[in-house]
Design a protein around this ligand. Structure first.
Ligand code: SF4
Length: 466
C-alpha cells in the first residue's frame, strides 16, 4: 500500500497499538525554561530522566534580550529569574545538555533544534510548546505536548497518542518577489481557518514548497498549529539534506550515508491517500497580513478590512466584530492606511538568518520612523548576522539590535508592546494581549515588517523593492 510521509514515521515508532491510541517511541525531546513543572512532577514521584542524551534544553521564553551579560541579577522579575535559575539546576541534576542564558548556543527552542542538527528527518520529536510543529519542516513528526506528557516522555521516552488524520495542502506555482513562507502560511490559514487542520497532520506539498529554502519551510510548519493542526510536515529532499550536512548533531561519515538512504525513502508514495486535500495557487499569493485577532483574520496587503456583516458564519461574524473593536479598526479601511507604532522582528517563526537578511535588504540605507527591535532566533543566528554586518544595517536604520530569545512574541521576558499601541510583528500569534495587555498585533513577514518600520504604516514591501 502506498503510504504518506506521516504514516511511514508513525508505523516505525509504534510500540503498542490499542486501536484508538498507540504507544509511540519518542526519539528526541526539546525543553525550554518553562519546563520546570515536569521536573517538579518527576521529583515528586522520585523518577529520573530515562534517556537524558535524547533531550536538549535551551533558555528562551524568560531570558532578557538586553543586559544579559550582567547575569541573573539583571532579571528584575522574580518569577522569571527563578525559572531561569531552575532551568540550569534541573539540567545539571538530570544530565541534560542545557544551553543556558549566556551559553554560546542559546536560542529559541524551535530554532536551535534544526540549527544544531538535533532535528532530523524521520524522527518523532516532542517539546512542551505548541510550535513544535516547526520541526516537521525537516521531515520529522514533531508535536507539542503538555506538562504531564512531558513528564511521561522524560521518564519513559514513550508517549500514548491518538493517531491523527492526514491533510495535504498543495501549493503549486511560483511565488512573486516580496512573497515569503510567512505570506504563504497566512494565506493558507486565511483559507482553511484556525480550525481547518484540527485533528490532522498537515503535509505541505507542491512546487512552492519544493522551491522554498529551509528557513521558509520552518516558518510554514511553525504556524501549522495556528490552523489547529497536530503537526506540519514537508518531505525531506536535497534542500533538507544540504541544510543538515555538517551540523553538530547530524550523522557523520558512514552514518550520514546510512541515514541518507533511510531519509530518501521517507517522502509520500505516489498514490498514497490523504483524509483531506486542499490546494492553493502560489502565483496568486500576495504579501499577506492579519487585520484581526486570529491568524485566520488575514488578507493580502492590497485588500480592505472586511465588513463582519458580510460573513455568512455567525461565529466568525461575532469574532470579527469583537476583533475590530479590540484592534480599533473600521470595515472598509485599506490595510495600507493602518498606522503602526512598534516593529518587532524575530521569534521561532521568523528569527532565522534568511529572515533577518530579508528585513535588512529592505532597511539598508533607510531610516525607520517608529520604534522597534530585532531579536535573532538564536545566539548563532546573531553571530552569523553580525558577521554579515546585518546588525549595522538595523542599527543605522534606527532599530535596536538585541540578544536572542522569545522576546516580544509572548512578552514573558519584559519585552512587550504598550497598551493601545499597534505592532507590526513577525511572530505567529495575534490574540488579544499576546504581545502585552491591550497591545494590537499585525502578523506579517520580516520584509513587510521592515517596510512598515520605514513608513510608519502597513506597506506593500514590493513598492520599496528595487
Ligand atoms: S518565539 Fe513565541 S511561539 Fe516561539 S517558542 Fe517562543 S514564545 Fe513560543
Amino acid at each position: 500500500m502506498p503510504r504518506t510521509l506521516f504514516e511511514k514515521i508513525w508505523q516505525q515508532h509504534v510500540i503498542v497499538d490499542k486501536g484508538n491510541e498507540a504507544l509511540l517511541y519518542i526519539d528526541r525531546n526539546l525543553l525550554h525554561d518553562g519546563a520546570f513543572h515536569a521536573f517538579g512532577a518527576l521529583a515528586k514521584e522520585g523518577r529520573k530522566v530515562r534517556k537524558p542524551r535524547q533531550s536538549l534544553a535551551t533558555a528562551d521564553h524568560y531570558v532578557p534580550t538586553s543586559g544579559r551579560e550582567k547575569g541573573l541579577a539583571n532579571v528584575i522579575d522574580t518569577d522569571a529569574r527563578e525559572m531561569i535559575r531552575l532551568f540550569d539546576v534541573n539540567g545539571a541534576e538530570h544530565g541534560i545538555r542545557c544551553f543556558g542564558m549566556n551559553h554560546p548556543q542559546q536560542g529559541i527552542v524551535h530554532v536551535i533544534g534544526p540549527e544544531t542538527g538535533f532535528t532530523q528527518p524521520g524522527i518523532t520529536l516532542t517539546c512542551g510548546d505548541s510550535h513544535t510543529s516547526t520541526h516537521g519542516a525537516m521531515g520529522a513528526y514533531a508535536f507539542g505536548i503538555g506538562a504531564s506528557q512531558l513528564k511521561q516522555v522524560l521518564a519513559t521516552q514513550c508517549l500514548w497518542q491518538r493517531r491523527p488524520k492526514t491533510l495535504r495542502i498543495t501549493v503549486d506555482g511560483k511565488l512573486g518577489a516580496g512573497v515569503s513562507g510567512k505570506d504563504v502560511v497566512l494565506a493558507i490559514i486565511a483559507k482553511i481557518g484556525t480550525a481547518g487542520g484540527t485533528g490532522h497532520v498537515i503535509e505541505y506539498a507542491g512546487s512552492v514548497f519544493r522551491a522554498m529554502a529551509m528557513e521558509g519551510r520552518l516558518t510554514v510548519c511553525n504556524m501549522s498549529i495556528e490552523a489547529g493542526a497536530r503537526a506540519g510536515m514537508i518531505a525531506p529532499d536535497d534542500t533538507t539534506f544540504q541544510y543538515l550536512a555538517g551540523r553538530e548533531y547530524a550523522p557523520k561519515g558512514g552514518q550520514w550515508d546510512e541515514a541518507l538512504a533511510m531519509w530518501r525513502v521517507l517522502p509520500t508514495d505516489d498514490g498514497a491517500v490523504f483524509d483531506h486535500e486542499v490546494s492553493l495557487d502560489g502565483n496568486a499569493i500576495e504579501p499577506t497580513i492579519t487585520w484581526g485577532t486570529t491568524p485566520e483574520e488575514a488578507l493580502p496587503v492590497s485588500a480592505v478590512i472586511p465588513d463582519p456583516a458580510s460573513f455568512a458564519d455567525a461565529n466568525k461574524r461575532a469574532h470579527a466584530e469583537s476583533a475590530l473593536r479590540y484592534m480599533d479598526l473600521k470595515p472598509g479601511t485599506r490595510l495600507t492606511d493602518i498606522e503602526i507604532d512598534r516593529v518587532f522582528i524575530g521569534t521561532c517563526t521568523n528569527g532565522r538568518l534568511d529572515d533577518l537578511r530579508a528585513a535588512a535588504a529592505v532597511l539598508k540605507g533607510r531610516k525607520v520612523t517608529v520604534q522597534g527591535w530585532v531579536s535573532p532566533g538564536s545566539t548563532q543566528v546573531k553571530r552569523d548576522a553580525e558577521a554579515e554586518g546585518l546588525h549595522r544595517i538595523f542599527e543605522e536604520a534606527g532599530l535596536e539590535w538585541r540578544a536572542s530569545g522569545c522576546s516580544g512574541c509572548a512578552a514573558m521576558n519584559g519585552d512587550f508592546v504598550p497598551p493601545g499601541m499597534r505592532a507590526a510583528s513577525t511572530s505567529n500569534r495575534n490574540f488579544e494581549g499576546r504581545q502585552g495587555k491591550g497591545a494590537r498585533t499585525h502578523l506579517m513577514s520580516p520584509a513587510m515588517a521592515a517596510a512598515a518600520a520605514i513608513t510608519g504604516r502597513v506597506t506593500d514591501v514590493r513598492k520599496l523593492m528595487s
